[in-house]
Design a protein around this ligand. Structure first.
Ligand code: ATP
Ligand code: MG
Length: 552
């Protein structure tokens, strides 16, 4: 089958054909300053799949060049998330901080070539001298310092002679460049910080635009895939690898970031939700952090499919949450057992069924997947059904239970409503039915048809569990952020139901086990709040979908 190539693959094909590179080597370069989110998943999947497709290599590299916000907790969570997504870095796990010596040497090389100089300007002055989009910048008064003096001062920077912000090393490029990134960018700063990997060894740290191309070069990366905001930095990337005289330098190619409409995606914003206590940690099931999605019950396959459906392009666009939900439904539909769980219980009493009798009925686990087999479920005189499956005075086209109407109890018998009980306040407390023994499921009964089928559980053997129903974290009626930059949180983003009744076997559900609760959606046993014998179920997604796969 002829497979369509995205624009990155087309560029790689050309590079290979032209002999620019012999192999393909990609990397995912997270900064360990937070947990990963669905946007990062796009980058992880793109980088690892591209390497795989070409029989190349994929590195996981921590871009840990800014110790202020970096923590080893984040290193661990990122490793777990990348692994979970199925991107295998094998033995190629790297830390940019391990290249600090080499980066320093490259900077010295630039100084020796007259391509970098130590500046006395402070941050504000540097900003003033930089100019604007309309006006060129002005030369730094230190720009023509001698190479000898620059070498000495850069060494002094390294040796701790200067306070934070007192000196910087700048690349000597062009203060009049129309591209502001090329106006003598800072490549090293003084910062007396303890680094989680290198400790107190360094008091100067390289800036991203200098460090990143060197990290790629040191690892032998061929195609450095990054997001569009770095497009204007590409000339600087190329300048660095050229002036540092990298043989066979890597090539930067940009693609569009993944954004989800009306969903908090940026790392910084998710971090704020965590720090403000709006959510219950980085893995709150309402977040689109990878850890949150995993806890909610998303699978790696569903996320990979989502990224693949979206495709890779340079055009900025926003995806809909609907599409991600579509992907998890499609993934779980054939994989998950379909069991019965009653979220809002109402007692149903079968008046003509013998008291104290239990009958085991055969129920197929997933009609789309024979391999999942079948199970035996207990049936008896007293059941729970969903409150909404009975109405005293039904509207038109209501085919479930109401006085005089007959429905099928899934996997069981036809029952006909013969009455109901009410308490003093007028609340319905039980529904009374009679059943027809002839109508047992699986006996080939064809006597008459009913329009409604409802689910149920046997009252005395059902297990009471907690279920959490989620909605979007952002208020659907409002903008994502308010005027102070805080998220407009949906007041009903989670509804906790403590008295759900489920089939007995669900009591044994283990963390991350997923099920379809018939008619109610896909649910996953929570990895943190479940206890042995007492699982807590997160609703991953309901069954109804408004999303339609675009047809080619
Ligand atoms: P955020 O924008 O959420 O703060 P970041 O870009 O600061 O994230 P990094 O750790 O620097 O986070 O990102 C690692 C890699 O993931 C980078 O190559 C970055 O371009 C990519 N990436 C980050 N966000 C997205 C996104 N929304 N879609 C695709 N790739 C992304
Ligand atoms: Mg970043």
């Amino acid at each position: 089958m002829e497979e369509s190539r995205n624009f990155i693959e087309q560029a790689i094909d050309k590079d290979l054909a032209d002999g620019v590179y012999e192999t393909v080597h990609t990397r995912f370069p997270p900064e360990p300053n937070g947990y990963l989110h669905i946007g990062h998943a796009k980058s992880i999947i793109l980088n690892s799949m591209t390497a795989k497709k070409y029989g190349g290599k994929f590195n996981l590299r921590f871009d840990d060049t800014n110790p202020t916000k970096e923590k080893s907790e984040f290193v661990d969570s990122i490793k777990a998330d990348v692994k979970w997504l199925g991107a295998d870095w094998e033995d190629r796990l790297f830390f940019a901080s391990n290249y600090f010596d080499q980066m320093y040497e490259y900077a010295v090389k630039l100084v020796k070539k007259g391509k970098a100089y130590v500046s006395d300007l402070n941050a504000e002055e540097i900003r003033e001298y930089r100019g604007t989009l309309k006006e060129p910048g002005k030369d730094d008064p230190s720009r023509n310092r001698s190479i000898e003096e620059n070498l000495q001062m850069f060494e002094d920077m390294k040796n701790g002679k200067y306070a934070d912000g007192e000196k910087v090393l700048r690349a000597k490029i062009d203060m009049a460049s129309p591209n502001i990134n090329m106006r003598d960018p800072i490549i090293y700063r003084v910062a007396h910080l303890t680094h989680q990997n290198t400790g107190d060894k360094w008091c100067i740290y390289p800036m991203y635009d200098f460090a990143h191309p060197l990290e790629d070069a040191i690892e032998g990366i061929t195609h450095s895939l990054c997001t569009l905001e770095f497009e204007d930095h590409r000339p600087l990337y190329n300048w660095v690898v050229e002036e540092c005289e990298i043989a066979n330098p890597p090539r930067q190619i940009e693609f569009a970031k993944l954004y989800l409409n009306h969903v908090v995606t940026g790392k910084r914003y998710i971090k704020k939700l965590v720090e403000d206590g709006v959510v219950d940690g980085w893995d709150d099931p309402r977040l689109v952090s990878i850890a949150g999605l995993r806890r909610r019950g998303y699978t790696p396959e569903s996320i990979r499919n989502f990224v693949q459906l979206l495709g890779i392009s340079k055009a900025q666009s926003t995806a809909e949450m609907d599409m991600l939900e579509y992907c998890i439904r499609e993934d779980l539909k054939p994989k998950a057992k379909r069991l019965m769980a009653v979220l809002h219980p109402l007692k149903l009493i079968i008046d003509n069924y013998p008291e104290g009798q239990t009958e085991m009925l055969d129920a197929v686990n997933n009609p789309e997947n024979e391999e999942l087999g079948s199970r035996q479920i207990p049936f008896g005189r007293e059941l729970y059904i969903e409150r909404e499956d009975f109405m005293e005075e039904p509207p038109k086209k209501y085919f479930r239970l109401f006085p005089g109407n007959e429905v099928r109890l899934m996997h069981a018998y036809f029952v006909k409503c013969v009455g109901f009980d009410k308490d003093e306040d007028g609340n319905i407390t039980a529904v009374h039915c009679t059943y027809d023994p002839e109508t047992k499921q699986g006996t080939g009964f064809t006597g008459r048809k009913v329009k409604g089928t409802i689910h149920w559980v046997k009252a005395d053997t059902a297990v009471k569990v907690t279920a959490r129903l989620y909605e979007g974290l952002v208020d659907p009626e409002k903008d994502v952020y308010d005027e102070n930059g805080n998220v407009n949180v949906n007041p009903t983003s989670v509804t906790v139901i403590d008295d759900c009744y489920v089939e007995p076997e669900l009591a044994e559900a283990k963390a991350y086990d997923s099920f379809q609760f018939v008619r109610n959606g896909f649910f996953c046993a929570d990895c943190k709040d479940s206890k042995p014998g007492a699982p807590v179920f997160n609703r991953i997604v309901s069954l109804k979908s408004s999303f339609k796969l675009p047809t080619a």
